[in-house]
Design a protein around this ligand. Structure first.
Ligand code: CP
Length: 319
């Protein structure tokens, strides 16, 4: 059983499939009238968010409450971080207040690893997105969504062997892309990454992917899912493409490209979306889109992660 969830690169295929299977159990619970499990009663979890979030933060909180944990929500904005308090002093303070687990989002790549490795606090740490490094629970919920669509009710115990996924857009700044690339590799999927050359990071040649700069060519082959990435303007200190129109024409899922996709190709996006830039509304709101299923599945996957890490088992007990 894993102690922390810091990245998907370090997650074995066996551990990843166990988490996806536990998430199936959590999804079954979600269909009950009483959606709560007593599993984490008496445990306190802090959601330590140094960056803005809607989906991740709220779905972690929903997951924690469904598992009966006590929840502390901490935003860097409005806290003593704005007075200059360090990550170390913040976490030492939380330790003294008595927390049993930390979920952290931080703009610095490696911040969750720091918490897990230093002796500031001795509790499980879950990475909710660190800089441009990783966003492991996003990749797990993406894989859960994809596995359900590809394998249906028969998905338990399975990976994504042979599935073909095209990841498109701002790979350079995307922790979602990095976590997906490693997890999809562990699960046996084939990944093509498409972006303008300026948005493919150096080192990508060592990733288990095919790189393309031509979205139409990549989508001319049958694909199970196309995952559009958000253009992360807030992380761009220089121009990575000429303008929004040229980006959309070259690498956006436009209405023309959407019309050419096979009806079976799933459309994914981690959110939040820049409609009209990386994805058109016709595609985002279509019956091929699983973007809202990704959001819903985020609760089940985060329940599975917290349950497994904090109880030390992936077997779901209703006691
Ligand atoms: N996908 C994702 O991380 O969204 P939020 O930034 O809203 O959490």
């Amino acid at each position: 059983m894993i102690r922390h969830l810091l990245s998907t690169r370090d997650l074995s295929r066996t551990s990843a499939i166990a988490l996806l299977d536990t998430a199936e159990d959590m999804a079954a619970l979600g269909a009950r009238e009483n959606k709560k499990l007593p599993a984490l009663r008496g445990k306190t979890i802090v959601n330590l968010f140094y960056e803005d979030s809607t989906r991740t933060r709220i779905s972690f909180e929903v997951a924690q409450k469904r598992l009966s944990a006590d929840v502390i929500n901490f935003s860097a904005r409005g806290s003593s971080v704005s007075k200059g308090e360090s990550l170390k002093d913040t976490i030492l303070t939380l330790r003294e207040l008595g927390v049993d687990g930390v979920v952290i989002r931080h703009p610095s790549s490696g911040a969750p690893q720091l918490l897990a490795e230093r002796d500031w606090i001795d509790v499980p740490v879950v990475n909710a997105g660190d800089g441009t490094h990783e966003h492991p629970t996003q990749a797990l919920l993406d894989a859960f969504t994809l596995r359900k669509e590809v394998s249906g009710d028969d998905s338990r115990g399975r990976g994504l062997d042979g599935a073909r996924v095209v990841i498109v857009g701002d790979v350079f700044h995307s922790r979602v892309a990095r976590s997906n690339i490693w997890l999809l590799e562990h699960l046996g999927a084939r990944v093509t990454v498409v972006a303008p050359a300026t948005l493919i990071p150096s080192g990508a040649e060592r990733w288990p992917i095919t790189v393309s700069y031509d979205l139409d060519a990549a989508l001319s082959e049958p694909v199970d899912a196309v995952m559009m990435l958000r253009v992360q303007s807030e992380r761009m200190r220089e121009a990575f493409f000429p303008n929004a129109h040229e980006y959309a024409q070259g690498w956006g899922l436009t209405e023309e490209r959407f019309a050419r996709l096979a009806p079976s190709t799933l459309i994914m996006h981690p959110g939040p979306m820049n409609r009209g830039l990386e994805i058109c509304s016709a595609a985002a709101d279509s019956s091929q889109s699983v973007i809202l299923q990704q959001v819903a599945n985020g609760v089940f996957v985060r329940m599975a992660v917290l349950y497994s890490i904090l109880t030390g088992t992936s077997e779901v007990s209703h006691e």
